[in-house]
Design a protein around this ligand. Structure first.
Ligand code: FE
Ligand code: FE
Ligand code: ZN
Length: 276
C-alpha cells in the first residue's frame, strides 16, 4: 500500500481536513497539534474527531501524523523552555487519544550550547516523563538537518535517545528526506546505502513515517530548506528510487513542500505515478 499525503491545516475542523485530504488524492496527512509557534491548543470537539476517524477508516487511510510545534525545545539549557516543551507534549498526547493508532512527530531539539550528550539526556528525560504504557499514539523522533546545535542529524544520536527511553515500544523515527540529505546522507543517489545505515544504527523496525521533501541545498549543507519535488538537489530520479525502496513500502509518506493544495495534489499524483 502506498500511503501518501501532505501537511494540512485543521483550521476548518478535523472532518473538513480529512475531506480535503481525500479531495487531493491523499491516503494520509500531517497536521500541527496546535499553532506551530506553540501557543494554546484549541479544544478538540470529540464528535468532529470521531467523524474524522470514521472517514479515514472507510477510505482506507494509513496512519496519520500529528506534528508538535516546531518551536518547543525539550533540551534547551533554559529550564522553563524545557518545562513548556514537556507540558505541551504531554497535553498533545492526551488530545491524540481521539485518534488511536496515530503518530506524533517532534523535533528532538537543540542543546543550545550544553553539548550533544547533555541534550540527549534531557530529551530522554522529557520522553520518560510523558510516555505511558496506556497511550495509543507512537511518538516519533524526526531526523534533523543538524543545523546549529540541533540534535538528530546523526542516526547515532537518535539511537542514543531511544536507548534511554523506558518505553521504547511507544517510540519510533520519522525520516525527513530533505533533512537527512542536508545532514550528509545521500538518500537520493543511494537510498539503499542510507537505509542500510539506518537499519544498522537504529533498526528499520523503528522507522514509522517518511517526510518526502526535496532540498534547496546539497548533501551535507546542514541548512533545512525544503523544495518542491524535483526542484531541488534530490531530483525526480532520486524520488523514484526513494518511493520504490522496499524498506519504505508500507510507511506513510508526507509532503512538506512549499505548496498550496493544487501543488500538493500534483505532487501526490506524480509520486503515485512513480511508484512502480
Ligand atoms: Fe518537522
Ligand atoms: Fe519534516
Ligand atoms: Zn524541515
Amino acid at each position: 500500500m502506498f500511503y501518501i499525503g501532505c501537511h494540512l491545516s485543521p483550521s476548518a475542523g478535523l472532518l473538513a481536513m480529512g475531506k480535503t485530504a481525500l479531495s487531493i488524492g491523499a491516503s494520509t496527512f500531517q497536521f500541527f497539534t496546535r499553532n506551530p509557534r506553540g501557543s494554546r491548543a484549541r479544544a478538540i470537539d470529540p464528535a468532529d474527531a470521531a467523524a474524522l476517524v470514521e472517514l479515514l477508516r472507510h477510505s482506507g487511510f494509513g496512519p496519520i501524523v500529528a506534528h508538535a510545534p516546531y518551536t518547543i525545545n525539550p533540551c534547551s539549557k533554559d529550564a522553563h523552555t524545557r518545562e513548556f516543551a514537556q507540558m505541551t507534549m504531554a497535553d498533545d498526547l492526551v488530545r491524540l487519544e481521539h485518534f488511536p493508532g496515530s503518530l506524533y512527530n517532534f523535533h528532538p531539539g537543540s542543546h543550545t550550547g550544553q553539548g550533544t550528550e547533555a541534550g540527549i539526556a534531557l530529551i530522554a528525560d522529557t520522553l520518560n516523563a510523558i510516555l505511558s504504557p496506556e497511550q495509543h499514539t507512537t511518538v516519533l523522533l524526526e531526523t534533523m538537518a543538524g543545523k546549529g546545535t540541533e540534535i538528530g542529524g546523526r542516526f547515532e544520536e537518535l539511537r542514543e535517545i531511544l536507548d534511554r527511553v523506558d518505553l521504547p515500544g511507544r517510540m519510533g523515527v520519522c525520516l525527513d528526506t530533505c533533512h537527512v540529505n542536508d545532514a550528509g546522507y545521500d538518500i537520493a543517489a543511494d537510498p539503499d546505502a542510507v537505509l542500510t545505515d539506518f537499519d544498522r544504527v537504529i533498526g528499520l523496525d523503528c522507522l514509522k513515517a517518511v517526510h518526502i521533501n526535496d532540498s534547496m541545498n546539497a548533501v551535507g549543507a546542514r541548512k533545512d530548506r525544503h523544495a518542491r519535488i524535483g526542484e531541488g538537489h534530490l531530483g525526480l530520479e532520486g524520488f523514484r528510487r526513494i518511493v520504490n525502496h522496499p524498506a519504505l513500502a508500507d510507511l506513510p509518506f508526507v509532503l512538506e513542500t512549499p505548496n498550496e493544495l493544487p501543488g500538493y495534489a500534483r505532487e501526490i499524483a506524480l509520486l503515485k505515478e512513480m511508484r512502480a
